[in-house]
Design a protein around this ligand. Structure first.
Ligand code: ZN
Ligand code: FE
Length: 256
C-alpha cells in the first residue's frame, strides 16, 4: 500500500484544493477543484499528471474546475452517488462504505450528509489522510444548508473514531474565525485557549492552519464536543442531549 504525497493549493479567498499523488504509480487526484488554472499549474510544477478528480460535494467552490481539468487531462471524476446529478462530468459514483483505490492507495468512502444532502468524505488510512470537504473544519463544521443537526452529528461521529493522528484536509481556511467562536462557548478549555493563540500566530505570518488532526479536533472543536460540561454550561444547556446541544451550538455560530 502506498502513502500519498499531499500538496495543498490555496485558491479563491479561503479555499484549499489538494493534489494527492501516489508515488508508486504516478496516479494523481485533485480533491475539490474550485478552479482549473491554478490547480493545473500546481500539478505541472510538481511534475504530476492529473488522473482523477475527487469531489466531496456539489458546491461550485469544490467542482468549478471539474470540466476544464477533465477536458485538458482526460481525468476520471469521482463523486457522491447520492448527488451524482449535481457533480459536473462525474464518471464514477461512490457512497458509504465503498472502498476506493487511487494508484496503490486505498480509501474508505463515508456518506456525511448535513452541509449538503450528498456530501462524502475519503479516508486514506495508509496515508493518515481524511478529505472531508465542508463537513469538518479546524474548530468548526459546515453550515447545515441541506441537512438536519441529527444528520450532521451522525456524519461527524464517523470521524471521531478515526486514529487521532489522521490529518484533516478540510476545504477552507476558516480556522481563526472558528477559534474565536469556539472560545466563546468553551472559554475554560485550556487546549482550546492554547490552540487559538497558536492559530493567531500562524495566521499573522500567513501560514496555513490546515491540515489539523482528528486528535486536535476532538480536544478543541465545539462541534465534536456537545457533551462538554463547560460548553453546555456556557450556552445554558446543561444536561441536554447531544443533538440538541449541537444544534444550539451550530445556531449560535450562524449568528456569531
Ligand atoms: Zn460547500
Ligand atoms: Fe466550500
Amino acid at each position: 500500500m502506498s502513502r500519498l504525497d499531499v500538496h495543498q493549493i490555496p485558491v479563491l479567498n479561503d479555499n484549499y484544493v489538494y493534489l494527492a499523488h501516489c508515488p508508486e504509480t504516478g496516479a494523481t487526484a485533485v480533491v475539490d477543484p474550485a478552479v482549473a488554472g491554478p490547480v493545473m499549474d500546481a500539478a505541472k510544477a510538481k511534475g504530476w499528471d492529473i488522473t482523477h478528480i475527487l469531489n466531496t460535494h456539489h458546491h461550485g467552490d469544490h467542482t468549478g474546475g471539474n470540466l476544464e481539468i477533465k477536458q485538458a487531462t482526460g481525468c476520471t471524476i469521482v463523486g457522491p452517488r447520492a448527488d451524482a446529478a449535481r457533480i459536473p462530468g462525474i464518471d464514477v459514483e461512490v457512497g458509504d462504505g465503498d472502498s476506493y483505490t487511487l494508484g496503490n492507495a486505498k480509501a474508505v468512502v463515508y456518506d456525511v450528509p448535513g452541509h449538503t444532502r450528498g456530501h462524502i468524505a475519503f479516508w486514506f488510512e495508509g496515508s493518515d489522510a481524511l478529505f472531508c470537504g465542508d463537513t469538518l473544519f479546524a474548530m468548526g463544521c459546515g453550515r447545515l444548508f441541506e441537512g438536519t443537526p441529527a444528520q450532521m452529528v451522525n456524519s461527524l461521529d464517523k470521524f471521531k473514531s478515526l486514529p487521532p493522528e489522521t490529518r484533516v484536509f478540510c476545504a477552507h481556511e476558516y480556522t481563526q474565525a472558528n477559534g474565536r467562536f469556539a472560545l466563546s462557548v468553551e472559554p475554560d478549555n485550556a487546549d482550546l485557549v492554547q490552540r487559538v493563540q497558536d492559530v493567531d500566530a500562524a495566521r499573522a505570518k500567513n501560514i496555513p492552519t490546515v491540515p489539523s488532526t482528528i486528535g486536535i479536533e476532538l480536544a478543541t472543536n465545539p462541534f465534536l464536543r456537545a457533551d462538554s460540561a463547560d460548553l453546555q454550561k456556557t450556552i445554558g444547556m446543561m444536561g441536554k442531549d447531544y443533538v440538541t446541544v449541537f444544534a444550539e451550538t451550530r445556531q449560535l455560530k450562524d449568528n456569531f
